[in-house]
Structure formats: C-alpha cells, structure tokens
Design a protein around this ligand. Structure first.
Ligand SMILES: NC(=O)C1=CN([C@@H]2O[C@H](COP(=O)(O)OP(=O)(O)OC[C@H]3O[C@@H](n4cnc5c(N)ncnc54)[C@H](OP(=O)(O)O)[C@@H]3O)[C@@H](O)[C@H]2O)C=CC1
Ligand SMILES: O=C1O[C@H](COP(=O)(O)O)[C@@H](O)[C@H](O)[C@H]1O
Length: 502
C-alpha cells in the first residue's frame, strides 16, 4: 500500500453537514489507524466566522466513541478554520496566506487537496478563484481537487461542469466522489470476480439469466426535502451509485489494478448500455412515490407532506428499471435495478441469477425444487456473499432443496471495515483515483438516463405510482421482471424492524 503523502486538506463547506457527519469522523478513524501522514493539517473554509477553537469543538459532535482522549486531542490540534467569502476572488489571497502559514508553522510541504463540500453552484467559482491565486498548480508538490456529487443535474450541466473544472485543473488532479465506490463490498466485487477461478468463466450470457441490483432505504427524505424534490431517485441514486455498481459487475477484467485501466473498462460498459428511447420509457422504467401509511401502528407521512416538498410533486422516491448491455459478454441478459426511500428496510445487494440446469432431472420427485443458483453480493448492511444452491434433502428419493453458503464480513475477527469516506479520503491522499469517477464516464451515465428524465418531464401520461411507505414499492414493478419475481431480501424483518434475517 502506498503512503499518504504529507499535505493540507482544505475543506470548503466546513461549517456544513457533510464535513461534521462524514469527513471529520473519517479523518479521525484514519488517525486512529495510524494512516494519516505525520505532517498533515485540515483547513476548514466557509463564510461563517469561527475561530479555530470553535471549529474544533463543533467537529466533535459525530466523532467515533472508541477513540482515546489523547488521540482526539492530537487530531483536533490538526484542525484550523478560515472564514472567507467563498464566491469572492478578493478573499483568496487571504486563504493562500493562511495556507502557507499553516504549512510553514507545521513543517508541512506545500501539497494541497481542496475538497468541495459546498452547494454545487460553487463548483465552478471555487476552482476559478483558486486558480486566480495559483493554488491550482505547483512546480513541485501536488494540488488535487475533490468534488462532491451531484456532478450536474442533467447531461448538459454535467458537460458544462466538466468543461469548467478542466479550465483550471487537469483531469488527473480531479477526484469525483461516488461514495458507493468507497464501500468495501463494492470493491470486493472486483476481487470476487477476478481473484477466483470459478466465477469468471461463468460470468456471461451463457450462464447468467439476469442480474438484479437493489438499493433500498427505510428512511424517507428526512430534512433534505428541498434538495430531493429537484433530484429524485434517478438523479440521486441511479445516475451515479447504481450505474457505478453496474460498471463493477459488468466490466471486463482490467489489464492492471490501476485507476485508468479500471475506469476505462467501466466506461466501456456505459458505452454499451442499450439506450432506452423516450417513447419506450414506460415499458422499461417504473417510478413511484411513497404515500402516507401506517408502519407498525405509527402513522408515517407521505412524500408530498414532507418539509420542503411541493404538495403536488411528481418527483420519484422509487424507481425500478430493466435494461440491456449490448456487448459480447452480456448479449440478451436483462439487468434490473431498483431503488427507493421508505422501503421496508435498508439493504443494498447485487444478485446474479444463474440459468437453471437444462433439464430438471429431479422433477419427478414430490416437493422438489429446480435450482436456479443465485450469488448474492450484500453491499450493506451485513456485508458479505451468499451462494444459493440445490442440495439433496436427506432421506428417501432425490428431493432437492435450496440451501445457502454464506460469508459475513462480521465473521472475520479483528477486521476493521473502513467507512466509504475513510477509504476514499485515504486514496486521494495517496494519489489513487481508482475509486473516483472519471468525467467521461459521468457524462456517459447521464447520456443513458437523460432520455428517461426527458420522457418523465415531457409526457404527463407516464404514471407515477403511489406506494405505501414501508412497502417494496408499487406492485406493478413485478411486471418488469420476466418471471415476475424480484428478490425480497428482507421478508423477515427483525422485531424492531432494523435488520433483515436472510
Ligand atoms: N450531507 C450529505 O450527506 C451529503 C452531501 N453531499 C454533497 O456535499 C455538498 C455539501 O453538502 P452538505 O454539507 O450537506 O451541505 P450544507 O448545506 O450542510 O453545507 C454547505 C456548506 O457550504 C458553505 N457555503 C459556502 N458558500 C456558500 C454559499 N454561497 N451558499 C451556501 N453555502 C455556502 C456553507 O457554509 P457557510 O454558510 O458558512 O458559507 C456550508 O458549510 C453538497 O454538494 C451535497 O450535495 C453529497 C453526498 C452526501
Ligand atoms: O448519495 C446518496 O446516498 C444515500 C445512500 O447512501 P448509503 O451509503 O446510506 O447507501 C442516500 O440516502 C442519499 O439520498 C443520496 O444522496
């Protein structure tokens, strides 16, 4: 593993939610694992006036509890804060001076990573302002730019964002975060496929019947109604996270485990997605919106009653779609993806459904099953892999029953499963962009989803189905799948409804 290089991490939007809830806790976890460089500091930047001390104390709210007070103190002493008017170029000399002062005082080389954790409307202006004081490039040392999603709100704005970023930073300096790629089990998809001799030979249309990807959330839009109502499940989850998962499942083996080799293969998958034309959308894509219901006796609000949401909103909180990848490996194999809010539980999984045996040899037995093997890659929670296969029921005859071979990451002793932001931040410090999205792939993913969004906007006849909060979406989604069955991973919820018993 490469070492994280000494640097200052500059977080724009440091007074915001993402910084305190995800970024700072992830950095402390890296400190705990001894993975931060000795010479390292964080400079938080926003408009709100705060002293270093107040910033440090605000950042303690979401810190992990299992860290010693000495370590927390060491970590907090690495944090600094600078208030500037982020959109205003006149303030950037102040930022530059502060950065160089912190670097000098702490003997940190002039390497800087700039993290944009602000509203996306600032993603053009901040790089431009950094360039105005020459913080975008260096003769020695490095300058990197991490950009949070969303990368545009449609194809045109995504292209424009890429053009604007590239005006001031080179593609190899830009790290576009898709936190799904930082999840350990998403990376394990590559290891499962390419480090085992048994899977890759059957990972194609000859053996696979269909592929199903589910990302379900039990939460609703919480306090993000204002943002979500302009986004919806397609923009919020599918265009980025779920298509990246498709990329990992469907890609060809890269020639080497390196950023561009892997990202080239993901791009090829996106280039092979069969377009869904506007007039075909209703046949391939189903959208839904949660409506008021009772969950375990409690009345739960519908989406249109959420704060910040238009009471007549037609934004989808659920969507399911069927599509094809037109290439040699996947010809004719349907891919199904499904995501939604206020579903029965939180679970993300990829299911590879293998074809049944050509002949049901045991079909003449009473109460027997014809096995269709499934490989279930559980991304979260309860990360792991499950293989379903047929086994003889002990006793007379040849009755077949489906059983599980099941691996849970939890079973590994003393293994720390890093949070996505932990892994991604560390990678950016090591200069490794493998798990970050590349601009061309982002545009290609938009290219695929844009006709669907257009059809929804242009054709009011395409229905948006209501589904009671706490259910698996509109019943009509079953019609998308050829044999009418999605996998319902959490039919048996635990008593408190927080985890699924598989
Ligand atoms: N929160 C999350 O879980 C996730 C967030 N993201 C993305 O990360 C980014 C940050 O999200 P989040 O932290 O939730 O957002 P917040 O609204 O909580 O924070 C925004 C930050 O930007 C600062 N800011 C600077 N200039 C402006 C300006 N002109 N207008 C408004 N705010 C400004 C704000 O501070 P100040 O007012 O002091 O300047 C604040 O620190 C967004 O792009 C979001 O889409 C992505 C995935 C998950
Ligand atoms: O990016 C986003 O992801 C979360 C889901 O992330 P997860 O790691 O909890 O699966 C989603 O809730 C949010 O709406 C979206 O913006």
């Amino acid at each position: 593993m490469k070492q994280a290089e000494s640097h200052i991490l500059v977080i724009f939007g440091a007074s915001g939610d993402l910084t305190k809830r995800k970024l700072i806790p992830a950095l402390l976890e890296l400190e705990k694992q001894n993975l931060l460089p000795d010479q390292f500091a964080v400079l938080g930047v926003s408009r709100t006036e705060l002293s270093d001390e107040v910033f440090r104390s605000r950042m303690t709210e979401f810190l992990p509890k299992d860290v010693s007070s000495e370590l927390i103190e060491k970590f907090l002493n690495r944090l600094y804060y600078q208030a500037i008017s982020t959109a205003d170029a006149y303030d950037y000399p102040v930022l530059r001076d502060r950065l160089f002062t912190i670097a000098k005082e702490n003997n940190i080389p002039e390497n800087f990573i700039f993290y944009l954790s602000t509203p996306p409307s600032l993603y053009e202006i901040i790089p431009k302002n950094l360039a105005s004081v020459e913080l975008n490039q260096a003769d020695d040392g490095f300058r990197r730019l991490i950009v949070e999603k969303p990368f545009g709100t449609d194809l045109e704005s995504a292209k424009e964002l890429n053009r604007n970023l590239l005006d001031y930073f080179k593609e190899e300096q830009i790290y576009r975060i898709d936190h799904y790629l930082g999840k350990e089990t998403v990376q394990n998809l590559l290891v499962t496929r390419f480090s085992n001799g048994i899977f890759e030979p059957i990972w194609n249309h000859n053996f696979i019947h269909h592929v199903e990807i589910t990302s379900a959330e039990s939460l609703g839009v919480e306090n993000r109604g204002g943002y979500y109502d302009h986004s919806g499940a397609m923009r919020d989850m599918v265009q980025n996270h779920l298509l990246q998962l498709v990329g990992m499942v469907a890609m060809e083996p890269p020639v080497i485990i390196e950023a561009d080799a892997i990202r080239n293969e993901v791009l090829k998958v996106f280039q092979s997605l069969r377009p869904i034309l506007e007039d075909e959308v209703a046949n391939y894509v189903i959208r839904g919106q949660y409506i008021e219901s009772h969950i375990k006796g409690n009345l739960v609000k519908g989406y249109r009653q959420e704060d910040g949401v238009n009471p007549e909103s037609r934004t989808e909180t659920f969507m399911a779609m069927k599509f094809f990848i037109d290439n040699w490996r996947w010809a004719g194999v349907p891919f199904y993806i499904r995501t939604g809010k206020k579903l029965p539980t939180r679970v993300t999984e990829v299911v590879i459904h293998f074809k049944k045996t050509p002949h049901h040899l045991f079909g003449n037995q009473i109460n027997t099953e014809q096995t269709a093997n499934q490989l279930v890659i559980r991304i979260q929670p309860d990360e792991g892999i499950l293989l379903k296969f047929g086994m003889k029921v002990p006793g007379a005859g040849f009755r077949v029953q489906t059983v599980n071979m099941d691996f849970h990451y939890d079973d590994l002793a003393n293994v720390h499963l890093p949070a996505a932001y932990e892994r991604l931040l560390l990678d950016s410090m090591q200069g490794d962009a493998t798990l970050y999205s590349r601009g061309d792939a982002v545009e290609k993913a938009w290219d695929f989803v844009q006709p669907i969004i257009n059809a929804w906007n242009n054709n009011p006849d395409i229905p948006i189905y209501g589904y009671p909060a706490g259910t698996w979406g509109p019943d009509v989604v079953d019609q998308l799948v050829e044999d009418g069955k999605w996998r319902y991973p959490c039919k048996n919820l635990s008593n408190d409804g927080t985890y699924c018993e598989l």
